[in-house]
Design a protein. Structure first.
Length: 189
């Protein structure tokens, strides 16, 4: 995605700000990178321009350079010199028939003080309490909607929340059907 937008910005001939140093790169970032296999329906790309342009002008120039299937939902000016970090991430998970998630199951998970998840990385096993990161879980028809908090210490993965609810990948949901529907940014203090 980074390379795609880097090329699109260059082809759009927008005055993108560049990093300093031996190998200058465009100043752009994805504040909340997607996990492998998770679709993004409303992602955030943060980039800086050397000079001010009207958002409508930037949008039209950039959209003309994007491949089919990628579109700009909204574009807005943001104050400079602010560290914009993801605060909340929303996910939609289509559940398969026979899934174990019920309102009572959701209530039980949300009333739990601690939900330990085991992660592997760098050759080590790590335990993480994911409960502080779960803001909201609800059923909407056959879809499970998750709202997860992001902090400086991290966030929960949607698969970890699904596991806490008793869902198994490939049995109760398809991992390829997971979709992040929104990224809520906030300025750090």
């Amino acid at each position: 995605m980074m390379r795609l937008f880097e090329r699109a910005l260059r082809r759009a001939r927008l005055p993108v700000a560049m990093s300093q140093g031996f190998n200058p790169r465009p100043e752009l970032s994805l504040p909340a990178p997607l996990g492998v296999g998770i679709a993004g329906c409303n992602e955030v790309l943060d980039f800086a321009l050397r000079e001010w342009r009207r958002p409508e002008q930037v949008r039209s120039q950039l959209e003309a350079q994007l491949p089919e299937g990628i579109r700009i939902v909204s574009l807005q000016n943001a104050p400079t010199k602010q560290d914009r970090r993801p605060r909340e991430l929303s996910y939609r998970v289509p559940l398969m028939p026979g899934h174990p998630v019920t309102p009572a199951c959701i209530e039980q998970v949300l009333s739990t003080r601690e939900l330990v998840s085991h992660r592997q990385g760098g050759g080590k096993d790590k335990t993480v309490d994911i409960r502080p990161y779960i803001a909201q879980v609800r059923l909407q028809g056959s879809d499970l909607l998750l709202l997860l908090r992001c902090t400086e210490r991290g966030t929960a993965r949607p698969q970890e929340v699904l596991e806490a609810l008793g869902c198994r990948a490939g049995v109760h949901y398809l991992p390829s059907a997971l979709a992040r529907t929104h990224v809520n940014l906030s300025s750090s203090l």
